[in-house]
Design a protein around this ligand. Sequence first.
Ligand SMILES: Nc1nc2c(ncn2[C@@H]2O[C@H](COP(=O)(O)OP(=O)(O)OP(=O)(O)O)[C@@H](O)[C@H]2O)c(=O)[nH]1
Ligand SMILES: [Mg+2]
Length: 194
Amino acid sequence: MVLSNVTFIKSGASREDWIIDNTKEIVLLGRSNVGKSTFINTLTGQSNLAKVSSHPGKTRLLNFFDVAGKYRIVDAPGYGYAGASKKEVGRFGLMVSDYLSNRENLAGALFLLDSRRIPNGDDLNIFDILNENKTPFVIIATKYDKLNQSERARLDRNIRGELGLPETVEIVHTTNTNRLWVNKIITKLNELIK
Ligand SMILES: Nc1nc2c(ncn2[C@@H]2O[C@H](COP(=O)(O)OP(=O)(O)OP(=O)(O)O)[C@@H](O)[C@H]2O)c(=O)[nH]1
Ligand SMILES: [Mg+2]
């Protein structure tokens, strides 16, 4: 199973590029190199839909994808990219926070965290913005294939602790090595756009 009929629409640098219609959007958020673009490619079964790079900072614009004419997925630039200049960091931050706070089409967020890394200040800032705007979110722990047994056993507890989330919040584990998680994400997407 994959998320089918997903096509790239366009990239945008600022609100002038936002698409004017009533179609709902789900934004993909996470620090640079967390695996947002890889996630889109594995989810859709299209290996080249979003550009993947081992060098952080590959995605520098908001990338809009159409999902079967029903809703859109928006791949946001990763934050916390060490190689970016101060000016760039400011521009990315403004672009993403403007989108998160003011985009009326926004129906939900997929918030990606790297399974091997403790959420940092940037992650917590973004998570605060989601909560301030009451944006529904799904927490996704990427690169789960890189964890050993004991790290896997601790993962959900650690993330819930760092973000202050109750036990009832589900955390979806993803990898680029299998698609066992895809059905669950499709269900979550359908709930967010309802
Ligand atoms: N082992 C493993 N590697 C992954 C996984 N997801 C992503 N990667 C690798 O992590 C690196 C970064 O992936 P991207 O998908 O480009 O990350 P991104 O979040 O889009 O990065 P930016 O565009 O810079 O924000 C690439 O080398 C991927 O192959 C995963 O689930 N498992
Ligand atoms: Mg990317």
